[in-house]
Design a binder for this molecule. Structure first.
Ligand SMILES: NC(=O)c1ccc[n+]([C@@H]2O[C@H](COP(=O)([O-])OP(=O)(O)OC[C@H]3O[C@@H](n4cnc5c(N)ncnc54)[C@H](OP(=O)(O)O)[C@@H]3O)[C@@H](O)[C@H]2O)c1
Length: 238
């Protein structure tokens, strides 16, 4: 059983992006955990979850209003790197306004709106964590390769939002941690086109990554609020 002993018992958890590779693993892990009393899962497509499109503020507001209990752990596991008409840019020539707007709407604006409606549901006292899935490539200081303009920028902006939200939330919720998480390279739809460059040992299963991330979440406190951590607990600098 994954250790969540730093949290109150019983524990209420929300997972946004329940249909995704990492999101589904969070839901399955939390569903089987003895400490979890209430599990709320949100998705625009999974039939057994509460409807939420993170590009539609009204749907986020409505979904949040269906929760009548304090949330000790909120995981935002949504995100986009590519889809049918969109691949990460190899160079500036590939950059288009429409694709960049789409990536930023999903990776940056969506999680910010989720924070707007879900951080007020964190308990006023006792440990709570709001964690958004970010990515190491959102680190400006770590950018040695270039490329992936929109995705990098969307995650760098997400990291700034996490820091800024953490400052506001700390005024009311002294025990809360607002953090970003880099899950490693994980075997999901999102990483699928890029997996050939990854050695098998560095390509995590979704359950493996979620186990690592829950370990990070259990070990952090309000003292780490505003920061971004990788799966191995290392802080990722901006
Ligand atoms: N996999 C990796 O190697 C890796 C590495 C670094 C960071 N990350 C980050 O980890 C997070 C999860 O990625 P993943 O690998 O699990 O990807 P995934 O399997 O493609 O899942 C993405 C999730 O985002 C949801 N989503 C996209 N747009 C949405 C919208 N408008 N409203 C609601 N949900 C929406 C998808 O819902 P639908 O099913 O409805 O499309 C899906 O549940 C992302 O933020 C990603 O950037 C992943």
């Amino acid at each position: 059983m994954i250790d969540l002993s730093s949290f109150p018992d019983p524990l209420n958890v929300a997972v946004i992006g329940a249909s995704g590779g990492i999101g589904k693993s969070f839901v399955d892990t939390m569903r089987g955990h003895e400490q979890v009393e209430n599990l709320y899962s949100f998705s625009r497509s999974a039939p057994d979850s509460i409807a939420m499109d993170i590009c539609d503020e009204g749907s986020i507001k409505k979904a949040a209003s269906s929760i009548d209990k304090p949330l000790h752990l909120v995981i935002v596991a949504t995100g986009l790197l590519h889809d049918d008409g969109l691949m990460p840019e190899k160079n500036l020539r590939d950059l288009t306004s429409d694709n960049m707007k789409k990536i930023i709407e999903i990776n940056t604006i969506g999680p910010a709106l989720v924070a707007k409606y879900f951080t007020p549901l964190l308990p006023r006292v006792g440990k709570s964590v709001f964690a958004a899935l970010s990515a190491r490539v959102g680190s400006i200081s770590d950018n040695a390769l270039g490329g992936w303009y929109s995705y990098r920028a969307s995650k760098a902006a997400l990291n700034m939002l996490i820091k800024t939200i953490s400052i506001e939330v700390a005024r009311k919720n002294k025990d809360a941690a607002i953090i970003g998480l880099h899950p490693g390279t994980v075997d999901t739809r999102l990483s699928q086109p890029f997996q050939s460059h990854v050695t098998p040992a560095k390509l995590f299963s979704t359950d493996q990554s979620v186990g690592y991330l829950l370990n990070v979440i259990n070990n952090i406190s309000h003292k780490e609020t505003g920061k971004v951590f990788a799966w191995d607990s290392q802080e990722i600098e901006s």
